[in-house]
Design a protein around this ligand. Structure first.
Ligand SMILES: *Cc1c(COP(=O)(O)O)cnc(C)c1O
Length: 388
């Protein structure tokens, strides 16, 4: 048996030990951890919907009407009319014939790869894809092949390899907005290569839905690509939508096929109906107006300008994810702690979440951050970064 204590201590020495901080407040621009009030620069609740009055109201009303637990899997008797309504509204919002709900984004990603691919098939992924997409490929039984980050010549080469090795099905999947980097896949380029090689294309828009595109319709709208060009669109509800769960939007047949074959859909309890109701409320807020997207966009532009004025090097990102590359895990952790002491909560993202020697401060911006918040963060960062 392996020595767990020794392995844990080793992690601690390498600055790789992970600890959970105890939240004592809802998600928001300001949060309370360990009794300390902090400006929140690390949640994915970009629009502030996780604690929005309308979303909470819908959640509470649905809990009163339908209770808390859904009681069973969707295929048994856990599929409530609120789930059905949310699926229909999501499909309509994203421009697809159908959408299928999952309890988490992780499970949605497992579902697609496992349903479409098995032995003899290939799954081609961007090297910096989210862990759930990589795990999905590994669990599917298909062959996982990776291409250089956002390098579509490298994708093209891998597609050619797979075809010449007689791969049966080929699934190409990518984050649309890379979760730890904030940069974006070039969807048009992916569409073209996949079409040329008769491969399925799947995009994971966990950080695009609600944030990018017309009223937050996501990365396809933002990059002017039609849903017809991307056969599989997955997005989560726990980030900008402020609730929990995820969905896959696709054709009628693909959704029906997932319902028949996706193990992470079939063998799990449906999300609570009240979560579906809350998500419908979030969708209504997005459709009503785009003031939250505009406020977030304004903050992204301002933050980038302030960073540049203060010689702080950011990674190439135009999204709400604005990481600062530090490199060493221990230094990144130390910076995160120093920021904490000064009233800013920014997580240190370390390997294996990101590649070795690319530990970073992953700053995420919110629609409700003020100009003063951003200025005080930049000033603090500017001082602290000079000490390393
Ligand atoms: C968060 C995330 C997921 C997982 O979604 P959950 O609902 O949290 O399980 C999948 N893909 C990406 C790109 C993510 O950022």
């Amino acid at each position: 048996m392996k020595n767990l204590r020794q392995e844990l201590e080793q992690r601690q020495q390498q600055g790789l030990y992970r600890r959970r901080k105890l939240m004592q407040s809802p998600q928001g621009r300001e949060i309370i951890i360990d009794g300390q009030s902090l400006l929140n620069f690390c949640s994915n609740d970009y629009l502030g919907l996780a604690n929005h009055p309308e979303v909470k109201k819908a959640f509470i009303a649905a809990a009163q009407q339908y209770g808390v637990g859904s009681g069973a899997a969707h295929l048994v008797n856990g599929h409530c009319k609120l789930h059905q309504q949310l699926e229909e509204e999501l499909a309509d919002f994203c421009g697809y014939p159908r959408a299928l709900l999952f309890s988490t984004g992780y499970m949605a990603n497992l579902a697609v790869a496992q349903s479409l691919c098995g032995r003899g098939d290939s799954i081609i992924e961007d090297k910096l894809n989210h862990a759930s997409l990589l795990d999905a490929a590994q669990l599917s039984g298909g062959k996982l092949v990776r291409y250089q980050h956002a390098d579509y010549n490298s994708l093209q080469a891998q597609l050619e390899n797979c075809r010449s090795n007689n791969a049966n099905e080929i699934l190409v999947s990518s984050d649309a907005v890379f979760s730890m980097d904030g940069d974006e896949a070039n969807i048009k380029s992916m569409v073209q290569h996949c079409k040329q090689h008769d491969a399925w294309l799947m995009l994971d828009d966990a950080h695009g839905l609600g944030v990018l595109g017309d009223h937050g319709r996501g990365s396809l709208s933002h990059q002017v690509v039609t849903p017809q060009q991307v056969p599989i669109y997955m997005a989560t509800l726990g980030k900008a939508m402020g609730t929990a769960g995820a969905f896959v939007a696709a054709s009628e047949d693909l959704v029906e096929y997932l319902i028949q074959t996706a193990r992470s859909y079939i063998y799990t309890t449906a999300m609570p109906a009240a979560i579906a109701a809350a998500s419908i409320a979030s969708l209504n807020i997005l459709r009503e107006n785009d003031s939250k997207q505009q406020a977030l966009l304004h903050n992204i532009i301002l933050f980038k300008r302030l960073a540049q004025q203060n010689q702080i090097t950011l990674m190439p990102s135009d999204t709400a994810i604005q990481p600062i590359l530090i490199g060493r895990a221990d230094q990144t952790l130390q910076l995160s702690q120093q920021l904490f002491n000064k009233g800013f909560h920014i997580a240190a993202i370390r390997p294996p979440t990101v590649p070795k020697n690319t530990a970073r401060l992953r700053i995420t911006l919110r629609a409700d951050h003020t100009e003063k918040d951003l200025k005080s963060l930049i000033n603090t960062l500017s001082d602290l970064l000079q000490t390393i």
